[in-house]
Design a protein around this ligand. Structure first.
Ligand code: DGJ
Length: 325
């Protein structure tokens, strides 16, 4: 039996039926091998009943000249099966030994049946400021590097992804010289940017967006490197704006409980819909040990709040998330 086939069996068995599971934010999060999940600055897509989590793989034993993206699969969003280091790339744009590949985001294009990955590509001094695009025929295959672009001809550093309820796909990117960030619609095949949807003049990175009960909610983080800061949110009834003023998502003195936004994940169940804040708690000198802060958001009526981290349960079938007492 091939190792790949065995992996598939394991994946199906461990995630055959989703039940109520418990999330332990800020703790190590083991995959099916017992290794802390390497999906930092990541994003999640749902294809059929499966969730796929992609993120920066900062494993201690990675080759120093390469950059890695890992892919994990789950049905319940808590038990994750490591599938592959889907990117194992050597400096594709000659950026030097400290080159950077961050915040990978994967989109599935139902028309071309391709998985398309966007990454922040940069030099060690963060002056390249471009987006790299890679593709693959399967979610967990070896992604092929295609090209790098400056979306809308703008400098681009932190990126985020958003898929609207009508299936339209968007890239969010921070653009320092403009003192703001963009929401840009992807082309039909997702291999380029079709148009600017909105420019928001707020110097925020770690952009995360969700459409919930008729309103768009946007979260961003201040630009303080790896150090946490008070993340903020704004709302709009149309993606094009106008956007409200930005407000704190948590008591500002907590610095977002030590985390930085990477995505908001909407879990639509048979009974209810929950929105999960996905954040990274960076450990700059031991990135392999960077933790995840996932909490269900208090969201609705134009307000958004990140509760204090504590264990909580999730049922992806019903959509119910409950913070434990
Ligand atoms: C903050 C960004 O959000 C991270 O992805 C990373 O680029 C760090 N800055 C680098 O300092």
């Amino acid at each position: 039996m091939s190792a790949r086939f065995l992996f598939t069996l394991l994946c199906l068995a461990s995630a055959a039926s989703a039940a109520t599971v418990t999330v332990h934010p800020t703790e190590t999060w083991p995959d099916q091998r017992g290794r802390h999940i390497q999906a930092h600055g990541g994003g999640i897509i749902k294809v059929g009943p499966n969730y796929f989590w992609f993120g920066e793989d900062r494993s201690k034993d990675n080759a120093p000249d390469k950059r890695y993206v890992a892919c994990y699969a789950s049905k319940d969003l808590v038990n994750w099966v490591f599938r592959n280091q889907v990117v194992q790339l050597t400096d594709p744009e000659h950026l030097g030994e400290k080159w950077v590949l961050e915040r990978p985001k994967v989109f599935y294009n139902a028309r071309t049946k391709k998985f398309v990955m966007y990454v922040h590509l940069d030099s060690g001094s963060y002056q390249f400021a471009r987006v790299g695009i890679l593709t693959c025929d399967t979610f967990d295959g070896n992604y092929k590097y295609l090209k790098s672009i400056r979306p809308l001809n703008q400098e681009s550093r932190d990126i985020g992804q958003f898929i609207d309820d009508d299936g339209s796909a968007y890239l969010i990117f921070e653009s320092r010289p403009t003192h703001g960030f963009f929401i840009a619609k992807l082309s039909d095949d997702y291999l380029s940017i079709e148009k600017k949807t909105c420019f928001i003049k707020a110097p925020l990175e770690g952009g995360a967006l969700v459409h919930f009960n008729g309103l768009y909610y946007l979260i961003g983080s201040k630009m303080t490197g790896w150090t946490p800061n008070p993340n903020k949110y704004a709302t709009a009834s149309r993606l094009e704006g106008p956007w409200s003023e930005f407000k704190d998502i948590a008591p500002p003195e907590t610095n977002t409980y030590g985390a930085q936004s990477t995505m908001m994940l909407k879990v639509v169940g048979t009974q209810t819909t929950s929105v999960i804040f996905m954040g990274d708690m960076w450990s700059p000198t031991s990135q392999w040990d960077s933790r995840y802060l996932w909490m269900p958001l208090e969201i609705g009526g134009g307000k958004l709040g990140l509760p204090q981290p504590r264990p909580w349960t999730l049922d992806t079938v019903t959509g119910k998330a409950s913070i434990l007492p």
